[in-house]
Design a protein around this ligand. Sequence first.
Ligand code: FAD
Ligand code: NAP
Ligand code: SF4
Length: 674
Amino acid sequence: MSEPFPHLSQPLDLGFTTLRNRVVMGSMHTGLEDRARDTGRLAEYFAERARGGTGLIITGGYSPNRTGWLLPFGASLTSEREARTHRRVTSAVQAAGGKIALQILHAGRYAYHPLSVSASTVKSPITPFRPRALSGRGIRATIADFARCAALARKAGYDGVEIMGSEGYLINQFLAARTNRRRDEWGGSWANRMRLPVEIVRQVRAAVGEDFIIVYRLSLLDLVPSGQSWDEVVELALAVQNAGATLINSGIGWHEARVPTIVTSVPRAAFADLTGKLRPHLSIPVIASNRINMPDVAEGVLARGEADLVSLARPLLADPEWVAKSTEGRADEINTCIACNQACLDHVFRHRTATCLVNPRAAHETQLVLRPATPPRRIAVVGAGPAGLAAATTLARRGHTVTLFEAAEEIGGQFNLAKRIPGKEEFHETVRYFARQLDLLGVSLRLGHRVDTSQLREDGFDEVLLATGVVPRTPAIPGVDHPTVLSYVDVLRGARVGRRVAVIGAGGIGFDVCEFLTSTDSSALDVKRWRADWGVGDPEMARGGVEGVTRAAPSSPRQVYLIQRKTSKMGAGLGKTSGWVHRTTLRNKQVEMITGAGYRRIDDEGLHLEVGAEQRVLAVDNVVVCTGQEPLRDLAGDLRAAGVRTHLVGGADVAAELDAKRAIDQATRLAITL
Ligand code: FAD
Ligand code: NAP
Ligand code: SF4
């Protein structure tokens, strides 16, 4: 049988070593790097990905010295003692047939502590600390620290290092005029600004010898004003290659950029063409990254010659067996990263250990262990939303006999509504994944079956898990039964909606419904349209890809108001790394956001509001209610009264602040214990 993804499966000979395929696990900070006591967990996390076939793993960032810490006492590699701790990680990965490189990351002015340093004293907009400008001596010492860190990595058993030169960290800060105001040999002209990375690569190569992988992560597109020009990017890539880099990885956008680079609404492989633009200039292999989450996308990038390798970070959190499933013709079994950031990056930014919404075992492999069921029992799961699906598959994997009842004609629960939101199309992958798993695991699926207490009792299940979800809350507003009022469920299922709309409730669903109502088509899937919407131009014409580029004029088929009672910032509860994207999108679509509103009534005139001392009537065709949900668990009381062992998970348990992360995590943890 021919290889399903021949380019992806192809080994890559680097001369002194061979990578078994073209998949690199991109660097992703999990928080486990920061504490020596978590080394065992980190080793198992990486080993699982090595067993799953990943060609080259790159660790989260380790600083080469104290000033470069991301956080106070953050991960660093500065001594023989620390290097010995890393042996546990490298040997676990290599025993599993993998290769692993340590990322060396100096945070520069992105450091979240008062020791931060940079090229100049220009403060970053995303950290509170003004950096100290490194002296010439300090720069030379920093370069030596990079070289020492690389040499220690080699001693620790790593197969290589990645030098983090992108995303706005220290090296980027030297490269760009926006942050480098120096007048010495490290600033001013481009030749001076690029001296730091080239010297680092040169001295790292000298420290590690020839038979050691050096990946340089190069910022292809800064996405900030006064960033690098394309000519500078190419010149730097050549210089880094000549200084001894083995591979060049692609970095896209500084952390302070106001263009999203990895959230769900960014089209798949949206930036791979830039890696393709660089590749012909170089003789060393290049790696494409960002929003490459499925093997057909990765294969396309490689087949088109845009890159020699692809980097996936979050997709390997979501599924450690991504490579094996891809290369063995089992792509339909992949648990796809939906790019929500909810359990990975949003956790890291809140100083919590990263994990994954669709795979709560990620970075918790040593804790969430699936043991065979003793004895296997007959278990009913009611409701095939995210909670019920996670529970049913986990129980079946452990050997229980599982029957899954679903009232609707399809599995997925509210994910079938979520996937209709423009920019959230990825959510359909989770439903596809679970459908395939139910099949493989032999779960008995009863669709179109609203089960009741008597049937559950008659069937004599040993245990029942109620994952029946939620019902939308109807707020006590006079006129809420007016014919112009719709619930978000009606709207997302295709109800006719007029041209002027008021959306009540500005939680995650209110925001999503506004995106739905203001979109004309699936523009989010089209890279050209998406770039125009976000003001991203050709870097050959626009410095950093954004300088002098204006955003396309927004077009919305409707005039929409989004309203909340709270006086706090709209969307304050949305994810840290994605909330700003939703707010910006709606602002661009001229959605009027009204905070501090009191709802007086809804009638033929529209929605009557009180905003401070002002009375307003919004003359709208429809009012869409997105005011949260209530748990649906009417079966629980009778089942328990009848002595049936009954458990509640997901929205059926607690509807307040429910999201799929909590639903899947809670269901998985419960299913592991039954
Ligand atoms: P549900 O998904 O509601 O599933 C419950 C299931 O039980 C339903 O399929 C129902 O038909 C079935 N059922 C009920 N009673 C019975 C019965 N008696 N017999 C058989 N079956 C029954 N969450 C996020 O984390 N991130 C997001 O970006 C996100 N976006 C969203 C966007 C939208 C538009 C919506 C609507 C939701 C979004 N959510 C998001 C929320 C997320 O979908 C929910 O938190 C999650 O679906 C809750 O899972 P659940 O399994 O508890 O309930
Ligand atoms: P929600 O976040 O609880 O928001 C409901 C909103 O309705 C609140 O902001 C509240 O704002 C308002 N409200 C509540 N009760 C009301 C009442 N009686 N009368 C009038 N207004 C009322 O719920 P949701 O938007 O339905 O979302 C459900 C869950 O799905 C959320 O917890 C969310 O995490 C998840 N989700 C996440 C995303 C994401 O992008 N991460 C997207 C969609 C959904 P005021 O009280 O200020 O008016
Ligand atoms: Fe992907 Fe979301 Fe999981 Fe992060 S939490 S790895 S973005 S699915």
